[in-house]
Structure formats: structure tokens, C-alpha cells
Design a protein around this ligand. Structure first.
Ligand SMILES: NC(=O)c1ccc[n+]([C@@H]2O[C@H](COP(=O)([O-])OP(=O)(O)OC[C@H]3O[C@@H](n4cnc5c(N)ncnc54)[C@H](OP(=O)(O)O)[C@@H]3O)[C@@H](O)[C@H]2O)c1
Length: 247
């Protein structure tokens, strides 16, 4: 029987924002963690603090999601350090807006590399561990991708970012269809605007009207408590009022 005390997650983009809140919530519930982000110092500080506060094992592995070797090293370090993976939280991501008419193709490539290719690579490399964990666990093993409402409903200027998030939603669904027999399933978390560094420069949306990173983290963690016989393919978290079906 799996208990929270021996469950393990890998969270990308974990040094701040939504990823940091998810990591914090999981550690306080007894999970051990592998955490990743690009900048080693802030990641290491965050991981050490969390380990000290919660008494959990927290491994920090810096990795840029645009670097295939670094992504591979991240998966390898996780497997060397832990013998299971109950939740793979694919949270690291970048945004970029611009009109469809002249959005630079090299920016499109970068967005797909960071937001989608790295996620695909991590799932592929960690699938044996996810399967082994999922097979022996009452809650299964979950791949949780931080998608966006922009992947569900079109937003002007978000053709590229929205397409990467729609791709993540599709990957999660295919994973569930292919891997359910091994107790592995996917969920795409699709929030509207969340008040983090990523949205701090937006002057067209009041930060007070945005979703909090804690709300996204709490709902994400709730998914990990479900039994393996249920899946939430898409978890939509949006704002009340006229933005109901928009970011
Ligand atoms: N904020 C929103 O409104 C919103 C809404 C819907 C979905 N999302 C999605 O939620 C996820 C987290 O967003 P957030 O708002 O929490 O962002 P954030 O506050 O800017 O945090 C981003 C995190 O990802 C890391 N990161 C950024 N680029 C990376 C890369 N190339 N490789 C590895 N790590 C990287 C950052 O650390 P380093 O800088 O040290 O790498 C940091 O830990 C993203 O996938 C985003 O698209 C955000």
C-alpha cells in the first residue's frame, strides 16, 4: 500500500511561481521530491529550505528544458536517487506573445522545445519508473502537465504559446489511453491568468483578479490523492465573470 510518506514527485520549474507552490504543498504532505529549474542558486536555496522545514528528502537538479542533454540528466538523476515516481509534474514553461502574422519561427521553435519537447522527453525517459510505480500503487502514477486556458480556448496574440499548451493537453490524453494498464495516466491543468512572475509585467490584467498560485497548487495536489480508477483529463481553473472561458 502506498502512503504519502513514501510517495515521490519530480517537479520542473520548481524554484518559484506555481511549481514552487506545488513542491511546497507536496512536501508538507509527506512527499519526497526531485526539483528542477535553470538557475542553480535559487533552486538549491529553495530545495534546502523546503527539506529543512518539512524533513523530506528534496533533490535539486538544475536543468534548462531547452537542452536535451540536461533534460536527460535530470531524468537520470531522479532514477539514481529514488526508486519510484508517483507524480511527474511538467510545469516549467515559457510564454511569448505576438501577432500570428509575423511571429518569428525561431521563437515558435523555442516555445515548442521548452514547453512540449522537454515534456515528451521526460515522459519517455521516466516511463519505466512511472509504470513500475503505477502498477504497484492504489493511486497510480500521474503525469501532470501545466497547460493553460490558452490551450483550450483561443486568445489573441497567443497562437504559439496556445498551440504548445494544446499539445500538452493532447499528450496527456494519449498517455492515459496508452498507459492505463500500467496505472499511468495524464492530467492537463489549464489555469487562466495566475499571479506569478510570468504575468507580473501585464498591465492589461489586474493582478488582484488573477488566480493564486496556491489555488493551482492545491487543486494539482488533490489530483494525486485520487485512486487509480479515476482520471481528470483536463482540470480547468478559470476566473469568474466575463473571463469564464478565457485566460
Ligand atoms: N502564470 C500564468 O498566468 C500561467 C497560466 C497558465 C499556465 N501557466 C504555466 O504554468 C507554468 C509555470 O508558470 P509560472 O507562472 O509559475 O512561471 P514563473 O513564476 O515564471 O516560474 C517559472 C519557473 O520555471 C523555471 N523555468 C523557466 N524557464 C525554464 C526553462 N527553460 N527550463 C527550466 N526551467 C525553467 C523558472 O526558474 P528559472 O528561471 O531559474 O529557470 C521557475 O522556477 C508554465 O508552464 C506556464 O506556462 C502559467
Amino acid at each position: 500500500m502506498t502512503t504519502a510518506e513514501n510517495r515521490v514527485a519530480l517537479v520542473t520549474g520548481a524554484s518559484r511561481g506555481i511549481g514552487a507552490r506545488i513542491a511546497t504543498a507536496l512536501a508538507h504532505r509527506g512527499w519526497d521530491l526531485t526539483l528542477s529549474a535553470r538557475r542553480p542558486e535559487s533552486l538549491q536555496d529553495f530545495a534546502e529550505n523546503l527539506a529543512e522545514k518539512t524533513g523530506r528528502r528534496v533533490l535539486a537538479v538544475p536543468a534548462d528544458m531547452s537542452d536535451e542533454d540536461a533534460v536527460s540528466e535530470l531524468a537520470g538523476r531522479h532514477d539514481e536517487s529514488f526508486d519510484r515516481l508517483d507524480a511527474l509534474v511538467l510545469n516549467a514553461g515559457m510564454g511569448a506573445i505576438g501577432p500570428f502574422s509575423d511571429f518569428p519561427l525561431r521563437k515558435l521553435d523555442k516555445l515548442f522545445t521548452v514547453n512540449v519537447r522537454s515534456a515528451y522527453q521526460l515522459v519517455q525517459q521516466l516511463l519505466p519508473t512511472l509504470r513500475e510505480t503505477g502498477t504497484g500503487s492504489t493511486t497510480g502514477a500521474r503525469v501532470i502537465a501545466m497547460a493553460s486556458m490558452a490551450g483550450v480556448s483561443a486568445e489573441p496574440l497567443n497562437s504559439a504559446y496556445g498551440a504548445t499548451k494544446a499539445a500538452l493537453i493532447s499528450l496527456c490524453e494519449t498517455l492515459t489511453v496508452e498507459e492505463h494498464a500500467h496505472g499511468v495516466s495524464g492530467v492537463a491543468v489549464c489555469p487562466g491568468y495566475v499571479a506569478t512572475d510570468m504575468t507580473a509585467s501585464r498591465d492589461d490584467v489586474d493582478a488582484d483578479t488573477m488566480i493564486t498560485a496556491d489555488d493551482v497548487a492545491d487543486q494539482t495536489v488533490a489530483v494525486t490523492q485520487l485512486s487509480r480508477t479515476v482520471v481528470i483529463p483536463r482540470l480547468l481553473l478559470t476566473r469568474p465573470g466575463p473571463n469564464l472561458w478565457h485566460a
